[in-house]
Design a protein. Structure first.
Ligand code: GTP
Ligand code: MG
Length: 173
């Protein structure tokens, strides 16, 4: 892929979901601006960023939507999912609870989004291996059972963030 800011062939909306503090906003900051912040604030409402890439010789504008993991800061659910063709379901590999909540997020996603939406399960913070609380095998098994793509990422170290977005965008394409 490469950068292609001239003409846009496709616009793909991708949504980020998962518990608060799993790193959704930092995954987006890494992908869209190659930035990372350790003192990231909880998201309130909805934010989005775009980045245009070349996929199979077409310029694809990825419009990535990011919302609050915290219920009280969340925006209207149906509007958030409307038109989304990809979704990233994020948990934190050091927080078992964030993984245990994934079925709920998946249920919300499946009840509001298009049935053909491409979904990737993401175990973020892979740099914190010494604090791991979710075995990679548990996540792989869940992803396989539910028919999801799966990757572990680190927004901090920039591991697999690019690959995760490209997996979703290429599959949508
Ligand atoms: P909400 O907006 O409340 O839903 O949270 P969020 O999922 O957007 O989390 P956010 O991106 O704000 O990150 C939460 C905390 O985790 C911040 O302190 C980040 O710096 C940190 N963080 C995010 N990604 C990583 C990562 O890959 N590794 C490490 N070590 N920390 C990370
Ligand atoms: Mg956030």
């Amino acid at each position: 892929y490469g950068d292609a800011s001239q003409k846009i062939d496709y616009v793909f909306k991708v949504v980020l979901i998962g518990d608060s503090a799993v790193g959704k906003s930092q995954i987006l900051a890494r992908f869209s601006r190659n930035e990372f912040s350790l003192d990231s604030k909880a998201t309130i409402g909805v934010e989005f960023q775009t980045r245009t890439l070349l996929i199979h010789h077409k310029s694809v504008k990825a419009q990535i939507w990011d919302t609050a993991g915290q219920e009280r800061y969340r925006a209207v659910t149906s509007a958030y999912y409307r038109g989304a063709v990809g979704a990233m379901l994020v948990y934190d590999i050091t927080k078992r609870q964030s993984f245990d909540h994934i079925p709920r997020w998946l249920e919300e996603l499946r009840s509001h989004a298009d049935k053909n939406i491409v979904i990737i399960l993401i175990g973020n913070k892979s740099d914190l291996e010494d604090q791991r609380d979710v075995p990679i095998e548990d996540a792989k098994e869940f992803a396989q059972k539910e028919g999801l793509f799966f990757l572990e990422t680190s927004a901090l170290e920039s591991t697999n963030v690019e690959t995760a977005f490209l997996t979703v965008l290429t599959e949508i394409f």
